[in-house]
Design a protein around this ligand. Structure first.
Ligand SMILES: [Zn+2]
Length: 92
């Protein structure tokens, strides 16, 4: 009888552990949805570009793109992009 009891308890513990694991995974998934954009595999292999305005490094997939004389520049935000366009407009 002792062994059966032990097996039942072990089974319950395993079931509880599995349920909790699934719940944690589910929770992580929903957190990714609500908060920041989910980390994608290509984000890690993404090329970092330097923002010419503030000098921040931004992954291409998240950067604000701007074509300048056939060259593509990448900015961390629309604000930086606007600052750059403004400065360029004043120079020329
Ligand atoms: Zn910037």
């Amino acid at each position: 009888m002792g062994i059966i009891r032990f097996l039942v308890i072990a089974g319950l513990i395993w079931f509880a552990w599995r349920t909790m694991n699934n719940w944690l995974k589910e929770r992580n998934r929903s957190l990714e949805k609500d908060g920041k954009p989910p980390l994608q595999a290509d984000e890690f292999s993404d090329i970092l570009e330097e923002d010419p305005v503030c000098g921040k490094l931004v992954p291409r997939s998240q950067a604000v793109r701007l074509d300048v004389d056939g060259r593509v520049l990448y900015f961390c935000s629309k604000e930086c992009c606007q600052i750059f366009r403004k400065e360029k407009g004043e120079k020329s």
